[in-house]
Write a protein that binds this ligand. Structure first.
Ligand SMILES: *[C@@H]1O[C@H](CO)[C@@H](O)[C@H](O)[C@H]1NC(C)=O
Ligand SMILES: *[C@@H]1O[C@H](CO)[C@@H](O)[C@H](O)[C@H]1NC(C)=O
Ligand SMILES: *[C@@H]1O[C@H](CO)[C@@H](O)[C@H](O)[C@H]1NC(C)=O
Ligand SMILES: *[C@@H]1O[C@H](CO)[C@@H](O)[C@H](O)[C@H]1NC(C)=O
Ligand SMILES: *[C@@H]1O[C@H](CO)[C@@H](O)[C@H](O)[C@H]1NC(C)=O
Ligand SMILES: *[C@@H]1O[C@H](CO)[C@@H](O)[C@H](O)[C@H]1NC(C)=O
Length: 530
């Protein structure tokens, strides 16, 4: 049984009465493609024996899918779509899609049975059966392809949409009369990423978040994404509002950066922000803190990716701090599960404020004793922050002001405790403040991401900070930075020689010669840590 049915969970009470925001609950599923996605299946590592005799570890369930139900047209036809921050068009499968197994109309013979898909579970839309459908006859055909090889093509038009508690009209969406994707997509990304921007007659249109505003369902083209605890089955999106009960501490804003400017984009097309540093900290009272890097790098907030990806030298430093070693056999950083610290956080610095992410999010258990670091190296000096990070953040996507609001997510809050603040116009995110280093963003002039620095004393409430960095030769450089409202003055002194800083809890980990547990691990496959 690979396909799990999608269920509708309306946000009761909190949004039934209000008219200025739209609350939407989604069901979380994980898989390598949507057809194989199941709920409760977090990423897994599998040990597979190849016919060459070697074991290899493959990571499964690398993508996450957030499904919601929509009623379309008059009378309403219901379909399930995936909410996706990484694309910007809404499209649904047409009833005349010859790839559907049940389709028997003209052209049905042209698609071999093995290439067909089951369209019944997520539904199709028959535009002939809707009295309110209006096609955009001047629009070029719709066409999109996805990383999982599926594609969709069809026509553009408009119809009534009913989404959990609201009726929306004026949403342009595509109906695919050819697609081998089993499920449609509600892309809520930036307008610059709309597929209509390319092709012979490019144009940009108001997509879903913007139409919610234009139609009066919300007062702002902004939404808040709460993935909830990794173990929870459902998360939620609030269009046009922020729920202050779902985070702790302050919310800070950051500009969305235009990382693709050199490719000719004049405005950002994806949710890239500047990650200003990474560290590890123990949440115990005498907590140790170690900075891994304080180099700025562009980081993509990607809710469709389950794991997190960082530059390879950063991953290697984190592995070293945790006592994980690169297993030549498996091609992954591994450590004994008994050595995985429970109270350790990966700390992400976004310019003077931090999001703490539970280290256990990044540990994949491959056997009873073998754990793998689920933090993956990239060749580029950039990061992809997937669900393992996003689950610990409450993220506000402010499409009007091209800003992101970030705060430490809070779990286990009941809906009756919601503190919903409606956002009006382009006023920005209520109760949020600019990150202390808001303006200090990544730029193409920043080169390689290097290790070292100090992210822990860059506290917005401090005026003087001490930064220690250890150079390759073991020389400790201490930099005192004094911040005033107008200027920053820096003095540097070299103080002496020491060894490398380590996270004390993990000093004892030694992996060499531990062949026993690796051998034991090779025999079977594995479920995730929890
Ligand atoms: C349509 O709605 C019914 C009743 O709520 C539900 O059981 C079914 O799964 C839905 N179908 C799709 C494709 O969403
Ligand atoms: C219809 O298509 C044309 C492109 O020919 C475009 O300019 C227009 O904005 C589209 N209408 C809507 C409502 O999307
Ligand atoms: C979808 O169709 C494309 C184009 O024919 C093909 O390359 C791809 O393998 C198909 N994908 C699936 C999952 O069927
Ligand atoms: C949405 O529209 C449908 C059909 O026009 C109507 O029956 C329903 O009451 C409307 N719901 C809301 C919340 O306005
Ligand atoms: C899909 O719709 C387009 C535009 O109306 C049309 O040209 C094409 O023939 C249709 N394809 C199928 C398979 O019906
Ligand atoms: C991290 O998650 C693990 C497993 O859910 C939990 O036992 C631990 O208390 C968490 N640590 C912190 C600091 O929240």
């Amino acid at each position: 049984m690979l396909l799990a049915p999608s269920v509708l969970f309306p946000l009761v009470a909190v949004c039934a009465a209000a008219k200025d925001y739209v609350g939407m609950r989604f069901e979380k599923k994980f898989g390598d493609n949507y057809a194989g996605a199941t709920k409760w299946q977090r990423p897994q590592m599998r040990l597979a024996k190849r016919n060459t005799g070697y074991e290899e570890i493959t990571l499964t369930n690398q993508q996450s899918f957030f499904s919601v139900e929509l009623d379309v047209g008059t009378p309403a036809q219901n379909v399930t779509v995936l909410v996706d921050t990484g694309s910007s068009d809404l499209w649904i499968t047409g009833a005349d899609n010859p790839y559907c197994l049940t389709y028997s109309g003209s052209g049905a013979d042209s698609i071999p049975r093995r290439d067909r898909v089951d369209c019944s579970e997520y539904g199709t839309f028959s535009l002939e059966d809707s009295s309110t459908w209006s096609q955009n006859s001047s629009a070029p055909p719709f066409y999109i392809t996805y990383g999982d090889t599926t594609f969709a093509s069809g026509v553009w038009g408009q119809d009534h949409l009913h989404l959990q508690d609201v009726n929306v009209t004026g949403v342009s969406f595509a109906v695919a009369n050819r697609t081998n994707s089993t499920v449609g997509v509600m892309g809520i990304g930036l307008p610059g990423l709309e597929t209509t921007n390319s092709g012979s007659r490019p144009y940009t249109y108001a997509n879903f978040p913007q139409v919610l505003k234009n139609s009066g369902a919300t007062q702002s083209a902004l939404y808040s994404l709460y993935l909830n605890d990794l173990e929870e089955e459902r998360g939620s999106i609030l269009f046009g509002a922020v729920d202050h009960s779902k985070y702790t501490g302050s919310m800070y804003t950051l500009p969305i950066i235009n990382r693709l400017q050199s490719y000719g984009y004049t405005t950002p097309i994806q949710f890239d922000i500047t990650l200003q540093g990474i560290g590890l900290s123990s949440s115990e009272s005498n907590g140790d803190e170690v900075t891994i890097t304080s180099t700025k790098m562009p980081a993509l907030l990607d809710s469709g990716t389950t794991m997190t990806y960082l530059p390879s030298n950063i991953v290697s430093q984190i592995a070293q701090q945790l006592g994980a070693s690169m297993s030549a056999r498996f091609g992954q950083y591994v450590l004994p599960c008994s050595n995985v610290p429970e109270n350790m956080h990966l700390v992400y610095d976004f310019g003077g404020f931090h999001i703490n992410s539970n280290l256990t999010n990044y540990i994949v258990q491959a056997s009873q004793t073998l754990c793998i670091l689920g933090l993956f190296p990239r060749d580029s000096n950039t990061a992809i922050l997937g669900d393992t990070f996003l689950t610990d953040a409450y993220v506000v996507y402010d499409l009007e002001n091209l800003q992101i609001g970030l705060a430490q997510a809070k779990f286990g809050v009941s809906d009756s405790d919601a503190k919903i603040d409606i956002v009006t116009g382009s006023a920005g995110i209520p109760s949020a403040q600019r990150a202390p280093d808001y303006s200090s963003t990544w730029s193409t002039s920043v080169g390689t991401v290097t290790t070292g620095g100090n992210i822990f004393t860059l506290n917005p409430h401090e005026t003087a900070v001490l930064i220690s960095s250890v150079s390759g030769s073991g020389v400790v450089t201490q930099t005192v930075t004094r911040r005033t409202s107008t200027a920053t003055s820096t003095s540097t002194q070299t103080t002496g020689t020491t060894g490398t800083t380590t996270v004390r809890r993990n000093d004892a980990i030694a992996l060499s010669g531990n062949h026993g547990w690796i051998m034991a691990a090779a025999a079977f496959c594995c479920s995730f840590l929890y």
